[in-house]
Write a protein that binds this ligand. Structure first.
Ligand code: HEC
Length: 150
């Protein structure tokens, strides 16, 4: 086979392998505390941390509404952080996040949509509390595994 063709094939394979690696692992390094640090730029980090504060705010509002069995308020607070909240994510940011991170992120947003649907359908406070506990387990799991690089 001619050398140039061989070089092109090798380069092509390397590009596919690199894209595949990035898709699964994102831009990460292992930190001394054992967590994976995702390398984002300042703007991306601020954007995601702002979303995180929105998640905590929703959890606070849902917990307060649970005390009063206020399902309408729970549906409102939960749907604000449902999958609709992921629509502004840039492809560049998505490419930097490991697959597992993206999956946990999507699971948490989809879980809030499910909670909003359950609350609108008149679920019991106990049912909502159970869904909230499931959601918090995902928050805890991701925080135990990942941080953002400085
Ligand atoms: C897919 C992973 C992931 C999920 C799911 C996740 N977080 Fe986070 N969160 C992070 C990372 C990474 C950080 C940055 C931590 C660091 O750099 O030490 C963070 C930071 C935060 C912060 C700090 C924000 C700031 O301004 O510094 C809050 C609050 C927070 N998360 C709340 C939540 C809540 C509440 C949930 C669940 C409803 C949640 N997060 C789910 C990954 C996640």
């Amino acid at each position: 086979m001619n050398r140039l063709a061989l070089a092109a094939i090798v380069l092509w394979g390397a590009t596919i392998a690199a894209a595949g690696y990035l898709f699964v692992y994102g831009y990460t390094t292992t930190e001394p505390d054992g967590r994976q640090a995702v390398g984002l730029n300042d703007q991306e980090r601020e954007h995601v941390l702002g979303e995180m504060r929105g998640l905590l705010q929703a959890v606070g509002e849902i917990t307060a509404a649970l005390v009063h069995d206020d399902m309408a308020q729970i549906a409102k607070a939960a749907s604000a952080v449902g999958l609709v909240a992921t629509q502004s994510e840039s492809p560049a940011l998505m490419a930097k996040l490991p697959l597992d991170f993206k999956q946990m992120g999507l699971r948490v947003h989809a879980g809030f949509d499910e909670m909003a649907t359950a609350a609108s359908a008149g679920a019991s406070a106990q049912k909502i509390a159970g869904l909230l506990a499931d959601q918090l387990a995902i928050c805890v799991g991701c925080h135990a595994s990942y941080k953002f690089a400085r």
